[in-house]
Ligand binder design. Structure first.
Ligand code: BG6
Length: 489
């Protein structure tokens, strides 16, 4: 049975309540917290969107969404009680004259309980909605506002959002979400590093040869062409998820798990990232875009074919970066980051490759294989590759095999989705897994430098066939350093 800490009664208002994120993630996350008994029954969930819709119709939509997200964990009895928490108010957040009074009247009477405003809308609306909440008196001391990524498209637009939202809400009320931080295995990174004595002495340039962080997806655009084509892999994945993983891997031990201690350590890593600009971008980065796979049983469309109007887009769907964290612990240790769509399989790994032994007793090629693989998804676990003797006579033959810790074999509880944990943290007011303003801005500062370098170069992304491992240039980037990508096997 999963353990959880109950939260106090709360209200949550979801802007973009009929959208994809609400249906796939937010409503199912709340439903599962209800099934586990974490949500008190006087809590309220208010969906809002532009569409005119009755509460009854909204509940039906939510039921379908929760049922489809739950699969075999669906509990129809639990749903019957859960749906009583849900209401719907139609609000056009872009319209000054929208029906804010109805929303306000629904929320009145419980002024002392936490009230979460979840902005699952386009970032263009974040400031406008925050201002409206301020105007109608809903930005109270108890209010919390949740901002989905992307916070802007560059440093300047991120600052505008942070300033606009910050004019209404204090920083302690602003929860900038990066759902990777709510993933069980990402949190396990903290435990693995800081609750074990084993790794910390080795976790530095003295013993680590390099680090690889890969978030590979087999899917393509999934109907998000409008958003994705303006964003690309760098803004969509690197600026947030990948840099957060890098921070958790590279940061110093925080003093406590408090809100600001972890975030302060993460921002030190972001500030230590060596800028990549000018010509160096050609050496240290690879951009790719998938093209159609025409051969084989299942042809796959290319990226531009998924866009409407046969566009000639140069948006990258793959990026590989050789980054450096210029500080005492990591000087000289490359951090290779790689993410892309339409790669062969979905896998996310952090690989810590240790240095070879200083003296080789067992022959060439047998001394560079201590490797810690933290598998974030899909088959979550930790594997520590060690060298062992292959059984049998005939000399000492050495083989590299993993000590294998599989989450599925070790724990039988249902894996909560990242949003379940994060939503309950918002209600509790626990900011440690959310990004602080300066963190988002530091990440954009580094990413903006890269975008400038790419723009100046005028280079188009290298094409790679859908279902392949990405552009050849990514393999060559590693090859030049005498290294290889870990392909998740
Ligand atoms: C989102 C990106 O933030 O993360 C998507 O916008 C990406 O493009 C997704 O597919 C990946 O998340 P996960 O949890 O499936 O690894």
């Amino acid at each position: 049975m999963a353990k959880f800490i109950p939260v106090e009664p709360f209200d949550i208002v979801i802007f973009g309540g009929t959208g994809d994120l609400s249906r796939r993630k937010l409503l199912p996350a709340l439903y599962h917290r209800w099934v586990d008994g974490q949500i008190p029954e006087t809590s309220r969930i208010i969906g809002t969107a532009r569409t005119e819709m009755s509460t009854r119709a909204y509940r039906a939509m939510a039921q379908e969404a929760c049922e489809s997200a739950s699969g075999k964990n669906w509990d129809s009895d639990a749903w019957k009680s859960f749906e009583n928490l849900i209401e719907y108010v139609s609000i056009d957040a872009t319209d000054e004259k929208a029906d804010w009074p109805t929303l306000k009247s629904k929320l009145s009477g419980e002024a002392k309980r936490p009230c979460v405003f979840y902005l699952a809308t386009s970032p263009r609306l974040y400031v406008g909605i925050s201002e409206a909440l301020g105007r109608v008196g809903l930005a109270t001391e108890q209010a919390r506002v949740v901002l989905e990524k992307p916070i802007g498209t560059d440093l300047e637009s991120a600052r505008e959002i942070n300033d606009g939202v910050g004019a209404v809400f204090a920083e302690r009320q602003v929860f900038r979400i990066d759902h990777y931080l709510g993933k069980e295995t990402v949190q396990n990174l903290l435990v693995l590093r800081f609750a074990n004595m084993l790794f910390e002495p080795l976790w530095s340039r003295n013993y680590v040869d390099h680090v690889q962080i890969t978030v590979a997806e087999d899917l393509g655009l999934e109907g998000r062409a409008d958003y994705y084509d303006k964003s690309g892999a760098l803004r969509d994945m690197v600026q947030n998820h990948m840099l957060q993983l890098l921070c958790l891997t590279a940061m110093e031990p925080p003093n406590h798990l408090d809100d600001d201690d972890i975030r302060t350590e993460k921002i030190k890593v972001l500030n230590a990232l060596a800028p990549i600009s000018g010509e160096a971008a050609r050496r240290l980065t690879v951009r790719g875009q998938y093209k159609a796979r025409v051969r084989g049983d299942e042809p796959v469309k290319g990226y531009v074919d998924e866009l409407s109007g046969g566009s000639k887009s140069t948006t990258e769907t793959f990026v590989a970066i050789k980054a450096s964290v210029d500080n005492w612990r990591w000087a000289g240790v490359p951090f290779y980051l790689r993410t892309g769509k339409r790669l062969p399989i979905r896998h996310s790994d952090i690989v810590i490759q240790f240095k070879p032994t200083p003296h080789s007793l067992f022959g060439e090629g047998n001394d560079a294989v201590n490797r810690l693989v933290i598998r974030l998804q899909p088959d979550e676990g930790v594997r520590l590759y060690v060298q062992i003797k292959e059984p049998g006579p005939g000399g000492l033959r050495v083989k590299s095999l993993p000590l294998n810790l599989s989450y599925a074999e070790s724990f039988t509880v249902r894996y909560p989705d990242a949003y379940e944990r994060l939503l309950m943290d918002v209600v509790r007011g626990n900011l440690s897994l959310f990004m602080r303003r300066d963190e988002v801005e530091a990440a954009w500062t580094w990413v903006d430098g890269l975008i400038d370098a790419w723009d100046q170069s005028g280079d188009a992304p290298d094409l790679y066939t859908a279902g392949s491992n990405g552009p050849l240039a990514a393999a060559m980037m590693m090859d030049r350093d005498g290294r290889e990508w870990f392909e998740g096997t």
